[in-house]
Design a protein around this ligand. Sequence first.
Ligand code: 13P
Ligand code: SF4
Length: 312
Amino acid sequence: MPSTSLDLREDILRLKKERNAVILAHNYQTGDIQDLADYVGDSLGLAYRAQETDADVIAFCGVHFMAETAKIVNPNKTVVLPDKDAGCSLEESCPADELEKFINENAEKNYYVIAYINCSAGVKALCDVICTSGNAVNIVNKAPADRPILFVPDANLGAWVMEQTGRKMDLWQGACYVHVEFTRDSINRIKAEYPDALVVAHPECTTAVRLLADEVCSTEKMVSYCKNAPVKNIIVVTESGMLHRLQKEAPDKNLIPGPTDRCACNDCRYMKMNTLQKLRDCLDKLEPRVEMPEDLRKRAEAPLLKMLEQSK
Ligand code: 13P
Ligand code: SF4
């Protein structure tokens, strides 16, 4: 079994060729995985890439709901995730049975249900349309004007979208455990250290933190924001893996990780479960695979395709 990272890289590239696989990686993956991937991006870009690929195998370096999304749009392809336990606190905050109960108990409201993509296939199947942080404003703007909106599961993203669109929505009270760690105090402290810096934050941050940001956007939009920013110092308030991608794309910028009250930057423990060794092993064994019953897949596919169509 290869042990050095060079051996692992060579092995991964060999297996990728043998399997006719594509490696898709989220912006929060470790640098060594990002550097090997065929595509690195945000949830929206990854969903499009997964839909377009003609590979036989998708090795999805991200968290489970992202790999599941790739499977939903590719029922005949093999989708593998290096670590099957790579979950998401937002997904956990909204179990499908609880959402179904809530929708049924409020049937008279006839909610138009919009689900942030950070949720299970079971939740997607209960919704009218899906959104990502990259297109949430656009998707909410396209919602029917005569129906109340239920937005699940991220209350912070939902609050930001309400501000951006002026549309009132009922919000499921879920949160990303990584982004709520940034506080007004922790961001003010780093701003005091770099008074000329611009601040870019992910919309999963709390309102108090978002209000300190010069720009609020998806991880992919952070790339163009940092490239085009008219200053050198930029404070990046999101998960730590983003810094690797940004430093590659905007090498002339001084990118400062947004600190929390506990640490200098913030890791998502789920994203960081994937390693080069596990990527190699999943390409070798074609396990762990993402599978789901066909009727569930079909019900989850409809709102996902609606999103992909509406955000073109
Ligand atoms: P993006 O789609 O902006 O990359 O966000 C995904 C995510 O999980 C953020 O925590
Ligand atoms: Fe989920 Fe937060 Fe991790 Fe993104 S950073 S995958 S929202 S727990």
